[in-house]
Structure formats: C-alpha cells, structure tokens
Design a binder for this molecule. Sequence first.
Ligand SMILES: Cc1ncc(COP(=O)(O)O)c(C=O)c1O
Length: 406
Amino acid sequence: MSASTADLLGLAGKHLLRNYKQPPLVMTRGEGCWLYDTEGKRYLDLYGGIAVCALGHAHPAIARAVSEQAARLVHIANYFYNDQQVRLAAELARRTGLERVFFCNSGAEANEAALKLARRYHHNRGDAERVNVVATWGSFHGRTMGAVAMTGKKAYWEGFGHRLPNVSHVAYGDLDAMARRVNDQTAAVIIEPVQGEGGVLPAPEGYLAGLRALCDKVGALLIVDEIQTGVGRSGRFLAIEHAGVKPDIVSLAKGLAGGVPIGAMVCKEQFADTLPPGSHGSTFGGNPFAAAAALAVLETLDSAALLDHVTATGAYFVAQLSALAQKHATVCEGARGVGLLCGLALKPGQDPQAVLKTLRDRGVLIATAGDRVLRFAPPLIITKAELDEGLAALDAVLATLKPVAP
Ligand SMILES: Cc1ncc(COP(=O)(O)O)c(C=O)c1O
C-alpha cells in the first residue's frame, strides 16, 4: 500500500535535514512537461527541475536507455573504460569543439575539476604560485568549498570558516573591472554566459570576446560555466557559441543526462595530461548508467531537432513575457532571456516568492533568481500551447499584484 501524503510529510519533517524550504507537496510522477503530486493534482513544469529535465519527465528515450543499461551494466568505477562513457566523451568533443572530457556527478564537481585543472596547469609549467581565480559578483558556481568560493554571493560563504583563498570577484559585464584585476598571476577567469541564479542576466555584447582576449594576453585560462546554459538550453549546444568564443574549459551538468546525475569538465587537447593519474578522480563519474542517459539526451537533441525548437519557442516565450511585462508595467520591470532560459523582473518591493506560490496554487511551477526575477527554464520539448497555459496563469497572477510606491 502506498503511503499517504500526511505520512510522507511526517517522515520528511522528522528525517530530512532542514536545508531546503519545501511546500507541503510530494511529487510522485511526471509526464512530458507535467508533474503529478500524491493527491493526483497536476502541475505545468516551467522550471524543469532547475534547468535539468531537458526532455521533460518520463521521456521514452531516457526511460529506454536507462532501463536497458541497468539490465546490462550500472557501474564499474574508472578502473576500466566503459563503452557508454567513451562514446559520450566523443559526442561531447564533437559538439563543443573541445577534445578532452572528465566526468563527475554534479555541476559543483565539474567546476571543482576546472579550478584544479587550471591551477595544476600553471604548476606543471613551473608557475606553482599562479593560483588566482577571478569570478564575478552575482555568479553561481556550486556549493562545495572550491565552487562556493567562486560563487559571487556572500550569503553562500557565511558560516563555513575560511573561504578558499586567491579567489576574487568583479562586477559581471564590466570588462574594465576585469582588465584591472586579471594579470600574470591569474590562473583562470570563470564566467557564466548568462548569469542564471544571479537573475537571468545575459552577458553584454562583446563581453565574452573581451574576456577571451584578456585571458590570452596574460596566459590565463577561460573557464565557461555552462552548467545551466549548456546542452541546448540557449538554442545552441553551448551558449558561448552565440558569442563566437572558444573557451579553454567548459563545465556541464544539469540537462546533460536529463535528470540522471552527471557532470562533465570539457577542455582543450593541450590539457590532456594536466591532471596525471592519482591527482583527481571520481568513483561514480561517467558510469555507464549516467552516460547512457546522457547519450539518449544528445541523440534526442538531434533526432527531435530540439535546438531549432528551443530557438523558436524561446523567442516566442520571451516576446510573450515582454508583452506581459508591458501590460503589467506598474509591477513588472521587463523580460529577458536566451533560448528557454528566461526571466521576468518584478519592480522593487514586489515579492517573487509570493508570485511563485500563487502560480503553484494555480498549478504552474516556476523558479526565482536574483532578488526579484521570476525564472523560467522549462523542458526543452515544451510546446507553444503549454507555454500559453503558463502565460495565461502568469497574466492572471500579475493582475493581482499591487504597485508599491517608490
Ligand atoms: C551556473 C551554475 N553552476 C554551477 C551550479 C552547481 O550545480 P550543482 O547544483 O549540480 O552542483 C549551478 C546550479 O544551479 C549553476 O546554475
């Protein structure tokens, strides 16, 4: 017999760490862009498990791949090659134009690997003191001690003792500030092509190319964090492609295996031997189960022409969000986005969490970002009709907000 909602909430209250702030809802099932809770209520998923569920829920390609792989081989650790991981590495190399891949299990781990690779690269060249990393305020790079040190929000550092030294931050989008900070002691610059958690902020025109030039000038590595923006979310495989810039290192996770945990650090051929055996590794990273799921996602990106779909539906969605922002101009500031990573900024004084909650009560799930941005990262397979359902609910909720006097 399945447990009741009350039983499950009781167990959660008793046994889960209280590091999240969940509403009293228990999800049990998903299908496409829809989620179902224990009471059978359905929700339109416009946040995609925070930009993870690229193919939505219960996609047959992933279901088939993981069930077949589970019946064949789930895990062997990296003592041996495995067929799925090797094929996935080749696919990532082909799609990113970067040759070498290290697999792990999450975004934070991919950024940790990038940080270690950058420092080790300079060490191997006899420049062991060259350890400085420059990141940006408002960025999000993960929660482990290295990744959180690069994350540009003090609230995420507080209470955990000394932060990893030699990591500093400058304003996002400000090339002059970066030029003043980057020098021949800089090991790497890390950047998101669109700041996701920071408020869905696309890099200004010329910024990413400017960072590439700055790094080249002093011999620093350019790490591009595509954990939220990668794997087609922007309408290209990598969002950095829009800027025509080739990074030294790219970190991927989230959408890569459509919800099965995986992370990847992808880098140029010249770093193939930078982390010698024993210097870095992962027990689970790139196991056949996760790699098979990722291969299914990548194959579906092609077979369903999802990049074109994202470009078209993303342009439609952001235009409709902008129209809503104009219609409700007393409470909205404006809309922005790249592909299907979109944000609607509310005016100061508005509470994005209240909007999120009211939308949820109406059966539409979104996320928030920055201080007052409604964030949308729906499955890449979402249809215009489904987006329209979400937009209608948003229209109705925005209509209930009261303007706040400045
Ligand atoms: C840009 C970016 N980098 C890194 C991370 C961390 O990824 P994870 O939570 O898988 O460790 C996230 C997660 O939101 C992210 O958006």
